[in-house]
Write a protein of this length. Structure first.
Length: 364
């Protein structure tokens, strides 16, 4: 407009031309001064979070030389940008939720400054340390078939249709005691446990050690071989985590993860649970199921399968009975309980030891 005003000697065009030049220079100067000294720091929350739980993320703002005219804070963790202006708060808290387990690394965000007309635009990166969080698999209640309600997260139904809890349904292994060697006599041990022939030979009081004392706790086996989908794998991992925590709180259990040679015991004090929970978050699909020989024990075995199958020999290798836990429906089978979108089915009857006969009130 200023050029046309000079070329055609039109004085009326000078006023809007000069006004627009002042507006452009003023907008650029305002944005430039607001960006100088401006800094945004991202402060991460805890190192772990459970699926669907809010993860607190804080952003702290250090203002520049002048208040910013306008802008927006863009962060990959936010669904929508946060409007930003001269009266923007110095601290912003964002609650992020993750729908899937695994390790998550946060990409850096950016603060976009601009004038109201967007004549001048300048970007300021969000600083701070690299944020990495481990998303743990969600723990859900175990609900027995026909139960009227469920317990809290990670617990199980203790009333209604499941008065004794899932641990009680699987507690048939106490009757299946096999001789597993001798050990020194402990004060208070019944006389029937004393091994008198060894006492006669050595003159030392020895008692029988029964295998059920070491492997009668339920065993949860996670089978991640060839899952049909990522959702099926995630459901299996959630079910294994939920069952492990449920049974551990009710007397203890053990968990066998894919690729592991030995199961890890989880006592009622849950001292080993945080480490196992973190390992469950990083479980990936595999090509082969766990070896059945590693799942043989006197107690019940819960085979949590992402593909919906279990070894045929499982009921014979589990003294307390075999269970298949899967999200895949089984035609003609009745589910005994449900957990994390999966159903638990009883496979055959508990194996009986030759040294011990049947006992009433074994596994329900």
């Amino acid at each position: 407009m200023s050029l046309f005003a000079a070329a055609f000697d039109t004085a009326s065009l000078y006023l809007p031309g000069v006004a627009l030049l002042i507006l452009a220079v003023g907008s650029a100067s305002w944005v430039l001064l607001a960006a100088r000294g401006l800094a945004v720091h991202r402060i991460p929350g805890p190192p772990t979070v459970q699926e669907e739980d809010p993860y607190p993320l804080r952003l702290e703002l250090e203002p520049g030389l002048v208040p910013p005219p306008a802008g927006e804070l863009r962060d990959p963790l936010m669904a929508h940008p946060i409007p930003f202006g001269g009266r923007a708060p110095r601290r912003v808290r964002i609650d992020v939720r993750f729908s899937r387990r695994g390790r998550r690394r946060f990409e850096p965000g950016v603060l976009v400054l601009h004038d109201p007309l967007r004549i001048a635009v300048r970007e300021v990166g969000v600083g701070g340390e690299n944020v990495e969080v481990l998303v743990l698999p969600r723990v859900e209640p175990v609900v027995a078939a026909g139960a009227g309600g469920a317990g809290g997260a990670g617990g199980g139904p203790d009333g209604g249709g499941d008065r004794a809890g899932l641990r009680g349904q699987m507690d048939g292994s106490a009757a299946e005691l096999d001789l597993d060697g001798l050990r020194p006599y402990r004060l208070g041990t019944p006389a029937s446990r004393i091994h008198w022939p060894a006492v006669a030979r050595s003159g030392e009081m020895l008692e029988r050690r029964l295998s059920a004392e070491s492997d009668s706790a339920p065993l949860v086996v996670l089978d991640c071989a060839r899952p049909p989908s990522e959702e099926a794998l995630d459901r299996a991992v959630r079910a294994a985590a939920s069952l492990c925590l449920h049974l551990a709180r009710r007397g203890g259990c053990a968990l066998l993860l894919p690729g592991e040679r030995r199961p890890v015991a989880v006592a009622p004090d849950l001292a080993a649970w945080p480490r196992l929970h973190a390992r469950l978050a990083l479980v990936e699909a595999s090509l082969r199921p766990p070896a059945l020989a590693r799942a043989r024990r006197a107690g019940a075995v819960l085979w949590v399968s992402a593909a919906g199958s279990a070894p045929r020999e499982l009921p014979r290798g589990a003294g307390g009975g075999g269970w298949l836990v899967t999200a895949e429906p089984r035609e003609g089978a009745r589910a005994e309980f449900t957990v994390a979108g999966c159903a638990g089915y009883r496979l055959g009857r508990p194996a009986r030891s030759a040294a011990s006969g049947p006992r009433s009130g074994a596994a329900a």
